[in-house]
Design a binder for this molecule. Sequence first.
Ligand SMILES: Cc1cc2nc3c(=O)[nH]c(=O)nc-3n(C[C@H](O)[C@H](O)[C@H](O)COP(=O)(O)OP(=O)(O)OC[C@H]3O[C@@H](n4cnc5c(N)ncnc54)[C@H](O)[C@@H]3O)c2cc1C
Length: 454
Amino acid sequence: MKRIAVVGGGLAGIAAALDGARGGAAVTVLEARGRLGGAAYSFTRDGLVVDNGQHVFLRCCTAYRELLEQIDATGLVTVQQRLSIPVVAPGGRVAWLRRSGLPAPLHLAGALARYRFLGARERLSLALAMRRLGSVDSDDPAADARSFGDWLAEHDQRAEAIDSMWELIGRPTLNLRAGDASLAQAAYVFQQGLLNDPSAGDVGYAHVPLGQIHDLAARRALSGQGVDVRLRRAATAIVPHDGGFRVDVNGCPSLNVDAVVLAVPHDRASRLLPPGAGVDLARLAQLGTSPIVNLHVVYDRHVMSYPFAAGVRSPVQWVFDRTQGAGLQRGQYLAVSLSAAEAELEMTVEDLRSRFLPALAELFPAAREAAVEHFFVTREHAATFRAAPGARALRPGSRTAIPGLVIAGAWTATGWPATMEGAVRSGRTAAREALAALAAAVPAGAASAAVIAA
Ligand SMILES: Cc1cc2nc3c(=O)[nH]c(=O)nc-3n(C[C@H](O)[C@H](O)[C@H](O)COP(=O)(O)OP(=O)(O)OC[C@H]3O[C@@H](n4cnc5c(N)ncnc54)[C@H](O)[C@@H]3O)c2cc1C
């Protein structure tokens, strides 16, 4: 049986390992940490099971949803029947972004026409610009070289429309402000998630801690497929060796395998790729990273009546009710998710508290009377790569120049920004490539027999 080592047990590695095993290989997963799930994980704090950062997916995330099926976890997530997002402003004023039953792009026409945070002229201009964004070619290198912010300005989108609509969707999905993001990547996200198919943007999220899905359920499914999962095993080198590979493991014997899927973040991949892999490490470094900060606030009572909401005219970007998922028995636990959070990354906990607790109380007036029982912060400095202008050309495909060595990760050339969907897609592609390389490899014995016969 051919052996594949999958280095990295995030979503890309999990997807690659499952597909590799289903393709008939003996798969070993090496994961440096004591759990699977990579960038999407949970931990326990103050008696709560907390996600490192709120994770959301959309109905159009077909690969991630298939992975949930593969690991028997569809019952652990909720997907809206129909896109419906309360957008809340100070004073508790709400506008709903809801889709109708009409075909795309008309499914959003009613919601945009009634969007109370923009005037009539701005709503019309917004609808026209969305229409135009729908026809931007996200494969066009010229679109990738441009900034989304420049394009919005050229299409008459002013600060109010950018803050209360474009960034509402663009900032969390791209993890960049519009002015810093690639137009091609933004067009891709809006087209896939909102404009092409009416049901694409229905929002999905886990109603249990992420660890129950990406760690526990994934481990069960992997072991069901016969995958050998080794936690706390960091790969330190990948050495092409004897027609296959030797994978050196920190403090443990090396592993000899026929193929390797390298599914680690891009900065780690740079250190592990052997010479001759043909990946330009200097260009990879240019991909850079962008931070996400989450604020975790536990109130002594219920203050928000929605499962999640977006904020406008407020520093609060998105806020999620995590009470049930975290196992809180009394009060309400809100997680505030802040994308492209360079400024918040630098703020102290006290500064964040004094900025965001009043802001939450403005959005949800019931919070004014509530006592805050816990307030803490999770900071992911390198949450995602930067989908900045030019990023597309920096993202390598899964194949390397060394047959049998393939790469995976949300940062590879999936078309998607850094998402769970991109990670799973990359893992599945990598498994396909690894299995194809194994099938194409001529066994040493067969090669010499062929030479003798000739
Ligand atoms: C706070 C936050 C919020 C997010 N929100 C969303 C969201 O709402 N929706 C969404 O779709 N995406 C979101 N993302 C992005 C999403 O989590 C990632 O794109 C995705 O999980 C990346 O998966 P991956 O497998 O490519 O990489 P990773 O998850 O980074 O996995 C790589 C794994 O490799 C391991 N590793 C590293 N070095 C070694 C080594 N030498 N040997 C062995 N193992 C090693 C690491 O420990 C890690 O487990 C968010 C990310 C963060 C951080």
